[in-house]
Design a protein around this ligand. Structure first.
Ligand SMILES: Nc1ncnc2c1ncn2[C@@H]1O[C@H](COP(=O)(O)OP(=O)(O)OP(=O)(O)O)[C@@H](O)[C@H]1O
Ligand SMILES: O=C(O)[C@@H](O)C(=O)CO
Length: 420
């Protein structure tokens, strides 16, 4: 293993795995820290954690366990992957995890590079944009678990870390890898250890990637993954990339706990022409709606059509449910609901599952006990088709904001292996 990655959620990890696989590294996504060694063919290993919104101490502990395993596999560089919308709160978990990884690795400086231009996430003057909106006006200010109310990543990160936050601006990045390296050295001389790097386009990511070749720890969204494989390739360390990937035409279902605007548009599009069951948090919490009842409904639908089960709701509805029952209580009840439904569906022979939402996907994949996922073709930027090792289970784990309006239909096709 050359590059060892730790993802703070499951969809984000598959986003990074997709980027690295596309860029020519043989990549496997692990669901949690594996018990045994990685296959010798793996060049990039992505350990997916569900640590984005858990208590800080747990996120730090799990990330340190992951880094130990990755180092044991021979990883030469560690990549901490978080969301391209920098999902976190004033307490964490991004800052505390970076601090702990830096200390473990003896890293004196790291980059903070959330940008993913292919999906409209760019960083300019230290501020994160989603397309033409500041992060804090993009809809992310309504996120159920990590409402992002400030687009200035330097200001948002500062209270989360014991390190000192610095910045490399867009003009320097445009001047190329040597200029970035020099700016990083200047920031180091000024005692700055976590450096937010402006990134507007893919070419910036290639330059940043080259500039951070010798860093022990890099951090960011999946975008930075575009720039790193060339370092290993130039050093003559890469093989031929991944082997072929075969999908399944087995029965399929879609599960969505994501409440993002984009997921809600995708649901609107899909539900207009296909069977869809809306899950109300109140009904799950009261026991009126059970995973068994939802699975029974799925199985009643016409063969050949993938039914959609979703709890996704508008921000004001989400807020009302959280106010009535508690944010954690609603989230954990719904995540448990989708996890149990997925386990039942797979037990009943469903082979293709499309899951929307990072937390939701984490709950589903953990409950299914899918230990390792082989990365297949890209469905949309940031979302690959995945195949469980040794089991006929094919999944697409969609980050809330990813995919175009017809994503669900496309994902079902790509998982079949008959579309690219
Ligand atoms: N109707 C609802 N009311 C309140 N909370 C909900 C509702 N539906 C889903 N949730 C919770 O909101 C959270 C959504 O987070 P999740 O990570 O799954 O989606 P997302 O944030 O859109 O995706 P991503 O993290 O990939 O961007 C989950 O914990 C889910 O259980
Ligand atoms: O970086 C992103 O936007 C995604 O991979 C993600 O982490 C959303 O959960």
């Amino acid at each position: 293993m050359l590059l060892g990655c730790i993802g703070d959620d499951f969809t984000g990890s598959s986003d990074l795995a997709n980027m690295l696989a596309k860029s020519g590294m043989k990549t496997i996504q692990y669901c949690g820290v594996p018990d045994g060694p990685a296959d010798a063919s793996v060049e990039a290993g992505v350990v997916a954690l569900k640590s984005r919104t858990i208590p800080v101490a747990d996120a730090v502990r799990q990330s340190l366990e992951a880094v130990e395993w990755l180092l044991e596999q021979g990883a030469q560089q560690i990549y901490f992957k978080y969301c391209s919308t920098f999902d976190s709160t004033p307490e964490g978990n991004i800052g505390p995890v970076i601090d702990a990884l830096m200390e473990r690795l003896g890293a004196e400086q790291t980059v903070v590079c959330p940008a993913f231009p292919a999906t409209g996430r760019t960083v300019y003057q230290g501020h994160l944009f989603v397309n033409d909106r500041l992060l804090s006006e993009s809809g992310m200010e309504h996120h159920p678990l990590t409402p992002m109310r400030d687009a200035d990543i330097r200001r948002w990160l500062a209270p989360q870390t014991t390190g000192s936050v610095g910045h490399v601006g867009a003009q320097t990045v445009r001047d190329g890898a040597d200029a970035i390296k020099e700016a990083l050295r200047e920031e180091a001389a000024n005692g700055r250890t976590l450096i937010v790097v402006d990134t507007i386009a893919d070419d910036d990511l290639h330059q940043i990637g080259a500039a951070v070749r010798d860093m022990k720890l890099v951090t960011g969204g999946s975008g930075l993954g575009l720039g790193l494989p060339a370092n290993f390739r130039d050093a003559g360390l890469l093989g031929q990339g991944g082997a072929g990937w075969q999908g399944s035409s087995g029965r399929a279902a879609i599960l969505s706990g994501s409440c993002s605007g984009q997921t809600r548009r995708q649901i609107g599009e899909y539900a207009a022409a296909n069977p869809a069951l809306k899950i109300e948090p109140e009904a799950v919490l009261s026991g009126e709606m059970t995973p068994q009842a939802a699975v029974a409904w799925v199985k009643e639908q016409p063969a050949g059509i993938a039914p959609l089960v979703y709890s996704s709701a508008d921000p004001d509805v989400v807020r009302a449910a959280q106010a009535a029952f508690g944010r954690e209580e609603v989230a954990s009840a719904l995540e448990g609901f989708f996890a149990a439904a997925a386990v039942q569906l797979v037990a009943d022979g469903y082979e293709r599952l499309v899951v929307a939402g990072g937390e939701t996907s984490g709950a589903v994949v953990e409950a299914l006990d899918l230990l390792a996922l082989d990365v297949g073709p890209e469905i949309a930027p940031g979302v690959p088709a995945l195949k469980a090792a040794g089991r006929p289970v094919f999944v697409a784990l969609k980050s809330g904001n990813f995919g175009d309006d017809v994503f669900f239909a496309k994902a079902l096709d790509v998982l079949k292996g008959d579309a690219t």
